[in-house]
Design a protein around this ligand. Structure first.
Ligand code: NDP
Ligand code: CU
Length: 467
């Protein structure tokens, strides 16, 4: 028994080696938040600062020294300093020989400098292995520990250095994607700016459509009633009007997700090839379809929630109670067609919303990533067009008995729901044309690489080469 207890004891101390020491240059927002997260993940942290004695509060347990002293004690150094101040690193170069430098910097706008920040850093400190990455994180997310499963990108010329940074990032709960050599640094630096850009167009379109329909409905519903009937129904702005605007914006945005795909297909059919670039506007439109869909889903959610509160509104309760008290109400006959119409209207609304949510879920990276390419395109295209058809049908049934009534056209204007059915109807008709067997066959061939050459173009080209 005795030898066993002796041999176990030294193993116990050997199993708890000292945690790895990591260095952070810069005690600003990012430096402090990153340090806190590293300490909580079990690392030791040393800061390199211009003023180690007066740099303000730092996370508990961290040390702070001069840049040179801090660099000597660690092999991995995070540069949490703005690029404008990188020049001090050149004088530090001898102390950074053989170290891994992680460049987390971002710029305020694209193409601010002729070379990527990380490439500039590598030029200043040629003896170090620079890794670009983690720059899509925010100090706020680090501070609050909102990192689980978050995707971050890395690039760099040294595989060993990238490996070390990736291991550290994984320990923080991040998912790491290697984007290759340091030449990808510019792309990584553009990411935080680009992410915002993809949302810009969809949000602008959504705001534009919302504003247009809000004022259109305001004039037709509220102002019309005031001018023509002397009734003040302005309270309707809050719920009724809003609940007309939301589904309208949602349906138009959803159809705008599928319109560029249809236009692209017709363009390919017209050109007889898939190898010519689409115009820039179409490219940009195609690239923000996911964001358009998510905005559409947001408005659909609002529509669903607003619909729930309709029965509990004061004005609705008031109307019901006064109808019950009023003995002279017209008898309420059961109309089978009306019953069919209202039930279908609700069912289509519910089904449409269900498929909408399903579409939204598959656009999440964690769900979409688990699908094969065919599964993903099946869901996004087939299910997408099905959702659009159901939601459009929901709109048509809403107005099924209103289309021919003259009272629908207040001040000779069509109601908003009619206007909003134009874009989805056009998309669905064009899509139906594309599904015709003869058209579909040609399009499939084009998409598999077949080209319909234009004899005239060929002649033109050969003329040029002959000259
Ligand atoms: N804040 C954020 O959410 C994110 C920031 N980033 C990037 O991280 C970097 C730092 O950002 P952030 O922490 O917000 O910036 P801060 O301005 O808060 O901090 C920068 C730090 O750099 C050091 N510093 C400032 N001037 C000089 C200089 N002339 N020479 C040497 N060191 C200097 C200072 O530390 P000291 O006084 O100790 O020397 C200062 O605290 C930037 O490149 C930014 O793009 C990237 C992703 C997210
Ligand atoms: Cu609806």
């Amino acid at each position: 028994m005795k030898p066993e207890s002796v041999s176990l004891h030294p193993l116990g101390t050997a199993a708890a080696p000292e945690p790895e020491l990591l260095c952070i240059f810069g005690t600003g927002d990012l430096g402090r938040s990153l340090g806190l997260r590293l300490l909580q993940s079990g690392y030791r942290v040393v800061y390199g600062s211009r003023r180690p004695h007066s740099c303000g509060p730092l996370p508990q347990g961290a040390q702070v020294m001069s840049h040179a002293a801090a660099a000597r004690s660690a092999s991995l150094i995070f540069i949490c300093v703005h690029r404008e101040h990188y020049d001090f690193l050149e004088t530090m170069a001898p102390h950074l020989e053989g170290k891994v430098l992680v460049d987390l910097s971002n710029n305020l706008k694209k193409d601010m400098y002729p070379e990527a920040n990380a490439a500039y850093l590598q030029r200043l400190v040629p003896g170090a292995a620079v890794v670009k990455g983690l720059n899509t994180l925010s100090a706020w997310a680090l501070q609050n520990g909102l990192l689980a499963g978050k995707q971050v990108y890395l690039c760099g010329n040294s595989a060993g250095a990238k490996q070390a940074v990736a291991e550290m990032a994984t320990k923080l709960g991040l998912t790491v994607l290697d984007r290759g050599s340091l030449s990808a640094a510019r792309e990584l630096e553009d990411f935080p700016l680009q992410l915002f850009q993809e949302w810009r167009l969809p949000l602008r379109v959504a705001i534009g459509i919302t504003a247009f329909f809000f004022f259109y409905l305001l004039i037709r519903d509220v102002i019309y009633a005031y001018v023509e009937q002397g009734k003040d129904i302005s309270f309707r702005i809050m719920v009724s009007l809003a609940n007309k605007v939301f589904p309208i914006v949602s349906l138009i945005m959803l159809s705008l997700c599928y319109l560029p795909g249809v236009i692209a297909a017709f363009l390919q059919l017209y050109r007889g090839t898939k190898y010519r670039r689409f115009p820039d506007w179409l490219d940009r439109w195609m690239l923000c379809r996911k964001q358009m869909g998510l905005v559409a889903l947001g408005f659909a959610f609002l529509h669903a929630i607003y619909t729930f509160i309709i029965p509990i509104r004061y004005s609705v309760r008031h109307k019901l109670i006064s109808l019950m008290k009023d003995n002279k109400t017209t008898p309420f006959y059961f109309d089978n067609t009306e019953a069919w119409a209202t039930d279908s209207f609700y069912v289509l609304g519910i089904l449409g919303f269900f498929f909408y949510v399903l579409l939204g879920l598959t656009s999440l990276p964690s769900v979409g990533g688990s699908l094969s390419w065919r599964e993903f395109s099946f869901i996004q295209s087939k299910l997408g067009h099905l959702t659009l058809s159901i939601c459009t049908a929901h709109g048509y049934i809403y107005g099924w008995n209103k289309f021919l009534k003259p009272s629908t056209y207040k001040w000779y204007t069509p109601p908003a729901f009619m206007l909003c059915l134009i874009v989805p109807s056009v998309v669905l008709v064009l899509k139906a044309l594309l599904l015709l067997p003869c058209v579909d066959r040609t399009l499939t061939r084009i998409r598999q690489g077949w080209e319909r050459t234009h004899p005239r173009e060929e002649m033109g080209e050969s003329k040029v080469t002959n000259l």
